[in-house]
Ligand binder design. Structure first.
Ligand code: FAD
Ligand code: UDP
Length: 395
């Protein structure tokens, strides 16, 4: 094998490392992935019946306020001016999400000003007293009060996580902004958009370099493959972006993950729901949301004869499922600390990405963290001869 660096996993973390190593350092990179395509969960393909671009692993919206990441991704693709907005269908009525002045006034059948709405929510959140919110429920109630929490968050979160919300981290609900204006943008970042000619074209451009040898359908743990954990261990530097518990053969137990099942349906109509994402926060609806992919690209001339929708169902991931969302209970955090110690002792292997660090990372965070690993570990090793120290699973 003639690689200077093995990158396991061709998601945005692995792609960024491979691209920088080849382009900036002239290294020969073996980029392996067990799937039959590159790009990890950001991958998309055009539905053969309708020609509509479908995000194969769930809807992916690119957004960032990190200028370095924005400059970097624009080397491989331009972005449309799509701005993500989400609606939520509660008890037969549709509200804007995330919670904003429009949601509050519609829910309470009122016409509160921003100041009045703030006062109302503060009064409803007062049940917490002086307690600093420590978990998901407390944080949720502190942000929007109990009535809105119970309508829009409680059952949606029960369906999404099937975990006692007191065990969930407050940071999960903090991902959603709460606004006392009628601004119902889902994200608050400086830059936002979708890759103009699709995710697959963007991701393939990142890997398109003569020094990058892409090997698909290759599992790093399959000893029948030319490149595998056993024959590169300790000899060729590895950046590993698969699940950290799998790397260590689950020796400290399995870390908890959620996966999603996506149920696609082609309908013989032009428009099913009039928007790209509709959430379903009620208990009696089994799915969490419906995506309608045509609305991600209003600038494209998609067929008017059909549309494709996807219902999203969430459940616990077993070993053979795709791990998507780290659950991060107290037990998971204990297990992760033990894996971090093992990772520190693993020779010449750096752990990165969402699966390798057991962290919910958005695309821009995965790219930003890969650029930092390149600057701080990979370049010093190859350009200056510094030891390749993992420092454990990066924080
Ligand atoms: P991944 O994309 O998961 O890539 C890891 C790769 O490693 C995979 O291709 C896998 O096949 C491969 N691999 C694993 N084990 C092995 C092995 N043993 N051998 C070989 N290959 C292996 N981010 C946003 O910014 N906006 C969004 O709207 C958004 N929506 C999301 C929706 C869902 C449902 C999910 C799950 C994620 C979403 N994300 C979103 C996050 C985004 O997908 C991640 O930031 C991104 O995928 C992280 O890239 P990664 O390289 O760390 O991991
Ligand atoms: N959430 C909710 N109701 C909604 C949207 C989100 O309860 O209508 C909660 C849910 O727990 C979710 C979290 O807020 O996991 C973060 O939402 P986000 O849209 O970021 O979830 P993701 O895109 O990661 O699935």
């Amino acid at each position: 094998m003639t690689a200077d660096l093995v990158v396991v996993g061709s998601g945005l973390f692995g792609l960024t490392i491979a691209e920088r190593a080849a382009n900036d350092l002239g290294l020969r990179v073996a980029l392996i992935d067990r799937r039959d395509h590159i790009g990890g969960n950001a991958y998309s393909e055009n539905d053969p019946t309708t020609g509509i671009e479908v995000h194969k692993y769930g809807a992916h919206l690119f957004h960032t306020s990190n200028e370095r990441v924005w400059e970097y991704v624009n080397r491989f693709t331009t972005f449309t001016n799509y701005v993500h907005k989400v609606y939520t269908s509660h008890k037969g009525e549709v509200y804007p999400m995330p919670v904003n002045l429009g949601t509050i006034n519609q829910f309470f059948r009122s016409a509160y000003s921003p100041t009045e709405a703030r006062a109302l929510i503060a009064e409803q959140a007062a049940e917490l007293g002086d307690k600093v919110p420590e978990n998901f429920v407390e944080k949720g109630i502190s942000l929007i009060g109990r009535p809105l929490y119970e309508a829009f968050i409680k059952h949606y979160t029960a369906k999404q996580w099937q975990t006692d919300p007191e065990q969930l981290e407050a940071s999960i609900i903090s991902r959603l902004p709460v606004r006392y204006t009628y601004d119902n943008r889902y994200f608050s970042d400086t830059h936002e958009g979708l890759p103009t000619d699709g995710y697959a074209a963007w991701l393939e451009r990142m890997a398109d370099h003569p020094l990058i040898d892409v090997r698909l359908g290759t599992d790093f743990f399959d000893t029948g493959q030319e490149i595998n954990r056993e024959n590169v261990r300790g000899s060729v530097p590895v950046v590993y972006t698969g699940p950290v518990d799998r790397y260590f053969d689950y020796s400290e137990g399995e870390l908890g993950w959620r996966t999603i099942d996506l149920e696609a349906e082609v309908l013989p109509i032009e428009d099913f729901q009039g928007t790209s994402v509709m959430n379903y926060p009620d208990e009696d609806v089994p799915f969490t949301r419906i995506h309608e992919f045509r609305h991600f690209h209003p600038e494209r001339n998609y067929t008017k004869d059909a549309t494709i929708i996807m219902r999203e169902y969430s459940r616990f991931a077993h070993r053979d499922d795709e791990p998507y969302y780290p659950i991060n209970t107290d037990a998971d955090r204990d297990g992760l600390l033990k894996y971090r110690d093992q990772a520190k002792a693993e020779p010449n292997v750096l752990f990165g990405g969402r699966l390798g660090t057991y962290k919910y990372l958005d695309m821009h965070m995965a790219i930003g963290s890969a650029l930092s690993m390149f600057d701080n570990k990979i370049r010093p090793h190859f350009a200056e001869g510094a030891a390749l120290e993992s420092g454990g699973v990066s924080e």
